[in-house]
Design a protein around this ligand. Structure first.
Ligand code: 26Q
Length: 818
């Protein structure tokens, strides 16, 4: 460790540092008033001090060793809170608890002062955060590059049953974890035109001129590994105006107008876009993508040039870029531009480097979610990049023509440019052509990609395609969020599981041990009480710990079928009212998740859930059987409580639509049993835990596609008394007595022969399977056994396993940091 820093840190105790940051850095007096927030900040700074020394050591070591560095480019990093994770990874929880005694504060109280860093929508953003934790824990030199949004994911409140969005001002009181690095500011260009000229040697060159520039200022956040001294970096870029920006534009205008015009530049990093069809094609989003790509690439190239000068022959051996979905794929064109125009490489040399360094991860099978940009818009913003993409496309299509002579249809299908009245750039295709690796995020997803969306590309270059089944970090999603279970695991297995989750398999023989099962279930019961407390506080609904806790939390989307879940709730409601309660297991059903602000159907589903909850919860006849709650503002920190206290994990997407899912893995690790379709990583979860320990229902992906032709929901409804009764309750307005007709669009969607999500098709099988769940839950020993086996079999879903596969098979980053 860095000697001076090490000494400085040893000399002071946690308690002294805490006091010093509180009174000197933050300038607060101990008046005994509302000090929790500042004490949290002082604690964060105290821990940051301890990270900084290791951070410098990690960087220095990497520089000396010339390690291959991977750069994870993502528009989203859904980090959640940092304090608890830093305490765990630095192994400082006990000393900090001791230091807080003189302040008469609980650690938990201070932890609650931290706002979530909600710089992501959901799965894709949280995956990036889990990956950073695993990379640091595996001592891999990986830097995360993202955007420092001033406003992260919106906050959701429920008003009269409807979702209402509120801005997330997460930086309002500053961010103690970040360090601004103005010395590494980069300049990002927009608009202008491309100028072809001859340089002094007479060579043909191109430059991008008359641009309007914006500055990218980095803010670094330390990413500590688990008790290993490694600290990697998450570098987030903030947009700032240049000085000339204003004065070129307004040179004749007034000074105040010029200063006001800075807003336009700073808007680029103002807000995270919610995953929303209505936001597709927005210029500001495209500017964000380029801003991230260009700033990050310039950063990496500048570091390279400092050490190696203009010799790029070893660049691809020393650097890699992982593109988190198509969102940053513009980096492929930008790296070409930087190498060609700024570093004077020839096309072939630049292309080899680009291909060897870039790798693209796909996260979706929904064709409508594939990113496209209008060629016209793209060319106005980035004239030079459009030229480069045309050149990439021309060379690629000539390869296609060589491979399939005369097959012009295939050339049109595979072109990076979709022709039509408004020609569009297909970003996924750019990702495939420009990378050496294209991966899906679960086995089924990768297979469907290569057989469907990317079939032509797979035929031409099968070697590029590979699967990397997602994972989640066991530090946050077990050690941190379930301290009770973690303690039992440590006692039973030792603590090796934290970094080697396959060790949990050693629990399997204990699944039938009644002593162990009793302790395991007692911990689960405590966690259920914690979850019940949260639901009471936020929803004012009482959840009883002896009831089955049935949970579906995730973004609200039709393909995820929260609707199927609420239909089952309505079915249970009808059964209890009809007196048919034989074999019903009392249950508490929890929903949570945000709908994209412009997604009307998803928002209506939230309203339906809330209306059903109101009717169910206020009817005393249901009290002992069924309770329903919608938890507002679902986020990372809520999931930390939820996943530890859930009995039944709902993973019920229409088969073939959920790329992987990662919530399913968090639930499994913590001992929930899954009810799910054969979709995404559910398939691999079921394989790992065994079919007896997973509640499977529904059509397969193949069956879904085959059924589309003759899908007839009305016939299904007519033939199924239970479904007919549910539809009748909906039709009659039972859940919207004073809100006439509001749920008509939902009823129509279920009854539509072209319902893409086929909700009615899986109703019978879902309800029957829920009955098997009820029977199983009543056999407490049997349920305990299955629950323990779920934890025991979750090793494969550690993001450490996933990252090892990325490192071995895509990054070839076999050399660790140390
Ligand atoms: C698109 C256009 C404009 C603005 C935003 C977007 C946008 C933003 C976020 C599009 C997609 C996303 C996020 C997608 C996502 O989270 N996908 C999920 O990724 C997980 C990690 O691989 C998978 O487990 C999930 O199955 C997948 O749905």
């Amino acid at each position: 460790m860095n000697q001076t820093l090490a000494r400085a840190l040893k000399a002071t105790t946690l308690e002294e540092d805490l006091q010093r940051h509180y009174s000197l850095t933050l300038g607060r007096e101990d008046t005994g008033g509302d000090t929790d927030f500042h004490l949290y900040q002082a604690l964060a700074l105290t821990l940051r001090d301890r990270l900084v020394a290791r951070w410098q050591d990690t960087r220095e070591h990497c520089r000396e060793q010339g390690c291959k560095t991977i750069n994870y480019l993502s528009l989203e990093f859904l980090m959640g809170r940092t304090l608890g994770n830093a305490l765990l990874n630095l192994d400082l929880e006990e000393p900090v608890r001791a230091a807080l005694q003189s302040w008469a504060r609980d650690l938990e109280q201070l932890e609650d002062e931290e706002l979530d860093a909600g710089l992501g929508n959901g799965g894709l953003g949280r995956l990036a955060a889990c990956f950073l934790d695993s990379c640091a824990t595996l001592e891999l030199p990986v830097t995360g590059y993202g955007i420092r949004y001033q406003y992260g994911m919106f906050h959701q409140r429920i008003e009269n049953g409807y979702q209402v969005e509120y801005p997330d001002r997460w930086l309002r009181h500053g961010n103690p974890w970040e360090i601004e690095c103005p010395e590494a500011t980069r300049r990002i260009r927009f608009f202008g035109r491309s100028e072809h000229y001859h340089d002094s040697d007479g060579a043909q060159r191109v430059r991008w001129v008359d641009t309007r520039d914006v500055l990218a200022v980095p803010y670094d956040i330390p990413v500590p590994g688990y008790r290993n001294g490694t600290v990697n970096t998450l570098r987030l870029w903030k947009a700032e105006a240049t000085d000339e920006f204003d004065f070129n534009e307004f040179n004749a205008g007034s000074y105040t107008d010029a200063v006001a015009a800075k807003n336009e530049a700073e808007q680029i990093t103002m807000v995270l876009y919610p995953n929303d069809a209505s936001e597709q094609g927005k210029v500001l989003r495209l500017r964000q993508q380029y801003f991230l790509a260009s700033a990050s690439l310039q950063d990496v190239l500048a570091r390279w040039v400092t050490v190696h000068g203009e010799d790029f022959s070893g660049f691809a051996r020393g650097n890699g870029f992982q593109l988190n979905d198509t969102h940053p794929t513009i980096a492929i064109a930008e790296l070409m531009r930087l190498l060609l125009d700024e570093h004077c490489l020839g096309w072939n040399e630049a292309w080899v480097i680009t291909n060897a360094t870039m790798a693209y991860t796909n996260h979706t099978l929904l064709p409508e979610a594939l990113e496209k940009w209008s060629v016209k818009l793209f060319g106005e913003l980035f004239p030079r990049l459009l030229e480069i993409i045309y050149e990439i496309n021309a060379r690629f299509l000539s390869r296609v023509a060589d491979h399939w002579p005369g097959d012009t249809e295939r050339q049109a299908r595979m072109s990076l440019v979709e022709e039509g009245p408004e020609p569009m750039l297909r970003m996924a295709f750019l990702g495939i052509v420009g990378s050496h690796s294209v991966n899906g995020v679960a086995a089924l997803h990768t297979r469907l990609l290569t057989e469907g969306l990317f079939r032509d590309f797979h035929q031409l270059m099968p070697h590029k395609f590979n699967n990397k089944t997602n994972g989640v970090t066991p530090r946050r999603w077990l050690a941190q969020c379930n301290p009770g279970l973690a303690e039992l695991l440590n006692e039973t297995l030792g603590s090796g599981w934290v970094t080697d989750l396959d060790q949990l398999q050693a629990l399997a023989p204990l699944a039938g041990d009644s002593n162990f099962a009793e302790r395991y279930m007692a911990i689960r019961r405590d966690n259920k009480l914690d979850l019940a407390r949260l639901v009471q506080e936020r929803c004012n609904v009482s959840f009883a710990p002896d009831m089955l806790f049935d949970v579906q939390v995730k973004r609200i989307h039709e393909y995820k079928r929260q609707l199927l879940n609420i239909l089952h709730v309505i079915h249970l409601y009808a059964r209890v009212l009809s007196g048919n309660t034989a074999d019903i297991q009392p249950r508490c059903v929890l929903f949570g998740g945000k709908a994209a602000p412009g997604y009307a159907m998803a928002k209506l589903i939230i309203k339906l859930i809330n209306n059903v909850a109101t009717v169910v919860n206020r009817d005393p006849r249901l009290h002992d059987w069924l309770r329903v709650a919608f938890l507002p503002d679902y986020r990372v920190t809520a999931m930390e409580v939820i996943c530890a206290g859930t009995d039944l994990s709902e993973q019920i997407s229409t088969a073939g639509k959920e790329a992987s899912g990662t919530g399913n893995m968090k639930f499994m690790m913590n001992g929930a049993i899954t009810i799910g379709t054969l979709d995404g990583a559910n398939i691999e979860i079921r394989e790992a835990v065994g079919e007896d320990n997973f509640f499977l229902f529904g059509l397969t992906a193949e069956e879904v596609e085959a059924r589309r032709q003759d899908y007839d929901p009305d016939a299904l409804i007519a033939a199924d008394q239970d479904l007919a009764r549910v539809m009748q309750l909906l039709d009659s307005g039972h859940f919207n007595l004073l809100e006439f007709g509001i749920f008509d669009p939902i009823v129509a969607a279920i009854r539509s022969g072209s319902d893409p999500w086929m909700t009615a098709a899986d109703f019978r099988s879902y309800v029957d399977t829920q009955q098997r769940v009820d029977a199983c839950y009543r056999d407490t020993a049997l349920w305990a056994r299955k629950s323990i086996l779920n934890t025991a079999s979750s090793g494969r879903f550690s993001s450490d396993r996933t990252i090892r596969e990325y490192a071995d098979e895509i990054w070839f980053a076999d050399r660790p940091v140390w």
